[in-house]
Design a protein. Structure first.
Lengths: 313, 325, 341
């Protein structure tokens, strides 16, 4: 197990390193970014401000040092001052948005997992029953329809049609949480449901279940425990990509429902060419997703006894 | 020392499995007892593997529905100029933000442009971006993936490391970044989409190649003196065709989604060129007052992606068991 | 047919009629683990094997799964590059050659593969499969190739109508014949048969083996015949070599190996062959234990962990392949005592 984790860690570190280098190079090449502020009119700063910036980021020093300056600052969460809101630092701006996005993302993920797994299990146990059709239908929708399209549909039904939810949006009251969470959860829900269903079906049809039945295992419930324990392990492997999917989906949901989250600020910074913010958000996403992947791998390592007790050939 | 009876005629199996030629097959006088004969191979008309798959696809109603949808889209896209009642950027300030009417069947937007025309042209934009990008991705990803899978070595390691790095950041976010740097517009959109999407297909092709490389018929070809190129083109790619086709069919809605998403945010297609995603993005804030401006493009996106997904699912089922022998 | 002894190390001139000389051939496969791909061990698939084939003879290699015979076959035909040793075919050493240098020689060495279900490309027609070698070397025009394919089909006992059919329409035995037809397309001198009947039903095995024997007689082929069934090898071959864990342990004429095997392993193999004489009691030598892993083979004689006559000395030195009788070579320190039964 320790070996497995060590292996995972050893892949993670060079990946983050390469990511930071790629970002560094991109930013260096982009006229107007703090790492290359020379192009006139490329960003909203005055010439002296640009010179100050150049000195701060060490642009007169050799490239390797520039990179180190960049990394050192990033480690201290110093990403400079926003180009757009010139009086505030990036950290100040993004600080409050991260908890919001985490909150939304977590709720969406939990919803997706709970509903998705239940749906998948039901669909597999009662194959070709109503649950199965709902599951397939939802899976199809979730995979094919982008979440911002779904948001429009949901708003149309629940806000405008049924008038069940106020039109304001935002993130103030719990009522505001409902639609964004559902919208963000739908895609991952569909994937989880599909995956759980096929994993369950495979477990149900497997030899060890047939043996248990032949032995006369009394209750279906007991068998379900056998089956569930094994069937729920493969879906764990997609948790990593699922977190990434939630992270990718959140900008769109946040924009439509006016949620003050990280994703929305990311988009605004891209539109406004606010490069310090862009760099910070990107680095954050990269590190965050890698950390989440590692966590998921840890959980998977604990859950799958083959890894927990060391595999061997 | 062990010996084996020699009187079993060599052509008994062809005699049992043949059709129509049976009368002319010489049977040896000492034809053995039936238990020595081979199991009979069922008669089969000359099968064409593709026709088989097509027949199976036709039985899948959802897939056929998807195919129809795609045909309609292609029709709209090709004949957009003939079908549009107005120019897509013709602004009629007398009819701003009007709901659907006889004159403007899908209503007008905030600067008086006819929604129907813009929707039709949007079909052309979506289709061309999707199909052309996917073609480019195919032309890039397949050779690279095939080379990595077949030759292994440093080409393969390099590819896999690149894949690992790109895997760290979600495709869409990366595309947003690239468009942010390059700026809006059709050409930049192609670049961003192709750059972020070719890796997945490449990885799949590589995986296919890795499996096929160890197959005995590939080894047989090598012993017959075939060059790597010959083997890849003649043996491996045709056998990898079905997964590639399925991957391409699923890749197209992903590109449509990417274009819609990027345009929704505002870093995609440049107005006034119509893009469904861009329309949803711009008009979603007006849902209460002018619902038609955002709803129609949203529905269009949904239907398009559904069509391709249905077809992709159907193709995957139709191609799967039969073609892999 | 009396043999030519496997002489290790000396170069041979092209004037003798050895078509193939394998000289101390070694092929290991590295085991890589981890993301950096570091090598943590080696599979000793072929560990110094030497023998020679005369033109026109059928030489059999027999041994259990994992003993390295298939690897040996695939290395001889240069699907792999040997780690060391020589493969001298018709006077030319194949081991250092590049792919393009090998190409013209490939016309003379062909292979019949084990799995009739995997060795034919499911996407090609039977005609396409058989004609592929001709197409690769650009031999003849299309009609000429078609005619040659028809001829080959007839030689192996199949019918013309099969040309436009696909492999999956035929049975295992027929598919194996297609594979044989393909191997013969270029008129090779040497045909390597890698377990050609192992995947077939027993009744079909007989037919295919007979076909192979007939073809050898009619076309003057030289066979390197590989199998795990001693009876099968005995039926087709003039001389037999027995392999165990990457090394040759016994080598000699077929009737010698069958009637008077000296190596304990060969004796065990031979005792396992069923003899259809009811009432005959024979001595069955049952080997204990499992085959050791080729990653870490036992020191000294590799068979000592399962050998009924193993002594302490067997662990110290690797027994050399020595000529115990004219033309009969054994790799056992105590071969004199085994007195073949």
């Amino acid at each position: 197990m320790a070996q497995y984790l060590l292996g995972r860690l050893l892949v993670m570190i060079p990946t983050i390193f390469v990511l930071s280098v790629v970002l560094f190079v991109l930013m260096r090449l982009t006229p107007g970014s703090p790492l290359q502020p020379i192009a006139p009119n490329a960003n909203p700063l005055s010439p002296e401000q640009q010179e100050n910036l150049a000195r701060e980021w060490g642009l007169d020093k050799p490239i390797a040092e520039q990179y180190l300056v960049y990394i050192a600052k990033a480690a201290q969460l110093d990403f400079g001052t926003s180009y757009v809101a010139k009086s505030r630092t990036v950290a100040e701006i993004l600080g409050p948005t991260i908890p919001v996005s985490l909150h939304l993302g977590l709720m969406a993920l939990v919803l997706a997992i709970v509903v998705g797994v239940s749906l998948g299990v039901m669909a597999a146990v009662y194959q070709n029953g109503p649950a199965d059709y709902i599951c397939t239908f939802v899976a199809m929708l979730g995979v094919s329809i982008p979440n911002f399209v779904m948001a429009v549909v949901l708003i149309g039904i629940f806000v405008l049609g049924l008038k069940a939810i106020p039109y304001t949006g935002g993130w103030e009251t719990p009522v505001d949480w409902i639609l964004p969470t559902i919208t963000l959860a739908l895609g991952p829900l569909a994937v989880i449901a599909r995956y759980t269903r096929s994993s369950m079906i495979e477990a149900i049809r497997s030899d060890y279940v047939r043996t248990a039945r032949a032995k006369g295992a009394n209750e279906r419930r007991v068998m379900l425990i056998h089956v569930l324990k094994n069937a729920l392990i493969p879906p764990l492997t997609i948790l990593g990509p699922l977190v990434a999917a939630v992270a990718t989906g959140s900008p769109f949901v946040e924009i439509i429902f006016r949620v003050p989250g990280l994703g929305r600020y990311f988009v605004e910074s891209v539109l406004g060419r606010d490069y310090p913010v862009i760099m910070a958000v990107f680095l954050f996403y990269g590190v965050f997703l890698q950390a989440m992947n590692l966590l998921v791998d840890l959980m998977y390592g604990v859950a799958d006894p083959r890894i927990r007790f060391g595999g061997g050939e | 020392m062990v010996d084996i009876p020699r009187d079993v005629p060599g052509d008994i199996e062809s005699a049992m499995a043949g059709e129509g030629v049976m009368a002319s097959v010489p049977r040896s006088a000492d034809a053995p007892a039936p238990w020595v004969a081979e199991p009979v191979v069922p008669r089969r008309r000359h099968v064409n593997l593709w026709k088989d798959a097509w027949r199976r696809l036709q039985r899948n109603k959802l897939a056929m529905a998807g195919l129809c949808g795609i045909v309609v889209l292609l029709f709209l896209a090709t004949f957009a100029n003939q079908l549009m009642p107005y120019d897509y950027d013709y602004q009629n300030f007398g009819n701003i933000g009007e709901p659907p009417s006889l004159e403007f069947p899908l209503g007008t937007d905030l600067v008086g442009r006819d929604m129907l025309s813009r929707m039709i042209y949007g079909a052309r934009v979506s289709m061309s971006v999707a199909l052309l990008s996917q073609l480019a991705i195919l032309l890039i990803a397949v050779p690279i993936g095939a080379a990595a899978g077949y030759y292994g070595g440093w080409v393969d390691t390099l590819l896999m490391r690149i894949v690992d790095v790109f895997y760290a950041i979600p495709q869409l976010l990366l595309a947003i970044l690239i468009m942010g740097i390059l700026g809006r517009g059709l050409e930049n959109l192609f670049i961003a989409i192709i750059l972020t999407s070719w890796l997945t297909l490449s990885r799949q092709v590589r995986a296919q190649m890795l499996t096929l490389r160890e197959k005995e018929f590939v080894k047989a070809s090598r012993t017959a003196g075939a060059s790597a190129f010959y083997i890849i083109v003649r043996h491996m790619l045709p056998n990898a065709l079905s997964p590639i086709i399925v991957a391409v069919t699923f890749g197209i809605p992903q590109i449509i989604f990417a274009e819609a998403a990027l345009s929704f945010i505002g870093v995609g297609i440049n107005p006034p060129m119509p893009s469904w995603g861009q329309m949803v993005g711009e008009y979603q804030q007006y849902l209460r007052s002018n619902w038609h401006m955002a709803v129609f493009p949203a529905i269009a996106i949904a239907l398009t992606m559904l069509s391709f997904t249905f077809l992709g699912d159907g193709l995957r089922d139709a191609l799967d068991p039969r073609m892999n022998d | 047919m009396i043999e030519s002894a496997p002489r290790v190390g000396s170069g041979r001139d092209a004037t003798d009629d050895n078509l193939l000389i394998v000289d101390d051939l070694v092929k290991h496969f590295p085991i890589r683990a981890g993301f950096l791909g570091t090598t943590i061990g080696k599979v000793h698939a072929v560990d110094g094997v030497s023998f020679a084939l005369k033109r026109g003879e059928a030489f059999g290699l027999v041994g259990e799964s994992g003993c390295g015979k298939t690897t040996l076959a695939q290395t001889v035909i240069r699907l792999y590059r040997p780690d060391s040793g020589k493969i001298v075919f018709d006077g030319t050493d194949l081991s250092p050659l590049s792919a393009s240098q090998l190409r013209p020689i490939r016309r003379q060495i062909q292979m019949i593969f084990q799995d009739p279900y995997a060795s034919l490309d499911p996407r090609l027609t039977v005609g396409g499969i058989i004609g592929e070698p001709l197409e690769i070397f650009g031999i003849g025009s299309r009609p000429e190739r078609l005619e040659r394919v028809r001829e080959l089909l007839r030689i192996v006992g199949l019918h013309d109508y099969m040309i436009n059919r696909y492999p999956h329409e035929f049975s295992g035995g027929q598919r194996q014949r297609i594979g044989i037809a393909r191997a013969l397309a270029l008129n090779p001198d040497l045909v390597i048969c890698d377990e050609p009947v192992s995947a077939l039903d027993v009744s079909i095995q007989a037919q295919v083996l007979n076909l192979l024997r007939d073809l050898q007689a009619d076309l003057g082929l030289t066979y390197l015949f590989i199998a795990h069934n001693l009876a099968v090898v005995a039926y087709v071959c003039d001389r037999i070599g027995v392999m165990y864990l990457g090394k040759l342990v016994e080598l000699g004429d077929t009737d010698v190996i069958i009637t008077r095997p000296r190596h304990p392993y060969t004796q065990a193999l031979r005792s396992a062959v069923p003899i259809p004489t009811p009432g005959l009691k024979k001595q069955r030598t049952v080997l204990m234990g499992d085959v050791p892993s080729p990653v870490a083979p036992p020191s000294g004689c590799r068979f000592r962990t399962r050998c009924p006559i193993a002594r302490p000395a067997c662990a110290d030195e690797i027994p050399p392949l020595r000529e115990i009788d004219p033309g009969h070579w054994v790799a056992c320190l105590y071969a004199e005592e085994t007195g073949g039964s």
